[in-house]
Design a protein around this ligand. Structure first.
Ligand SMILES: O=c1ccn([C@H]2C[C@H](O)[C@@H](COP(=O)(O)OP(=O)(O)OP(=O)(O)O)O2)c(=O)[nH]1
Length: 200
């Protein structure tokens, strides 16, 4: 995990220091979404116990349902919380069909983070049912119902029932850019080569 996030390097320094100072002083929650600046100038996420402190507020929109679980991690180190369909009636997705499936809740995400709506690999590989806009983005300032856009890419119709786990929610940090117009970009070896220019 830390290696996967390691990347920002010295140029990210100004935007990394603020969240650390801010979070350490004001918000233990936001701390988890912050980057830590090492003496060597490399940025990385602090692994370990801090990552378990982040609190997401969930609000059931139609009262707490007796039959639906809260989004939950299925294993000790799972990255995503499985989320269940809050359907009133079964929904059959014909091959090629898309449906927006309700979850029955809204969330308040710590500023500086997003929730990604990602497919469950079992559903995708076994039945071709996946998140059509994967990864869906739940913005920190969104207060509407979280919904999951599903598409059936498989050859057979697939029925989703209330309580079925349809996707997973992954909390992730957000870096926002300041856009600056320039007349020339710094040169690189790759230059404008892309779209397979290095071969198969
Ligand atoms: O899978 C998703 C994706 C988005 N949303 C909600 C939360 C998100 O904050 C909002 C807007 O999503 P997005 O910005 O991806 O959609 P848009 O088409 O650009 O809509 P908007 O113009 O409202 O931003 O819709 C979901 O509930 N599920």
């Amino acid at each position: 995990m830390p290696a996967a996030w390691a990347a920002a390097g010295p140029r990210a320094e100004p935007c990394l220091i603020f969240p650390v100072i801010f979070s350490e002083v004001f918000s233990p929650v936001a701390f988890l979404c912050s980057l830590y600046q090492s003496p060597g100038g490399k940025a990385f996420f602090i692994p370990g116990e801090h990552m378990q402190d982040c609190e997401l507020e969930f609000l059931w929109l139609n009262g707490t349902p007796k039959d639906l679980p809260l989004p939950a991690y299925a294993s000790a180190a799972a990255a995503g919380m499985d989320v269940a369909a809050a359907l009133d009636a079964p929904l059959t997705l014909a091959p090629g069909a898309i449906a927006l499936v309700p979850t029955g809740f809204a969330v308040a995400i710590p500023e500086g983070c997003e929730l990604q709506v990602r497919p469950r690999s079992g559903l995708a590989v076994r039945h071709g049912v996946t998140v059509v806009n994967a990864p869906g983005t739940i913005d920190a300032d969104y207060r509407g119902e979280v919904r999951v856009g599903l598409i059936n890419l498989g050859p057979a119709a697939y029925t989703i029932r209330r309580g079925d786990r349809i996707a997973q929610l992954v909390l992730a940090p957000v870096l926002r850019a300041t856009v600056k117009v320039v007349t020339q970009l710094a040169g690189t070896v790759r230059g404008s080569g892309g779209f397979g220019h290095t071969g198969r």
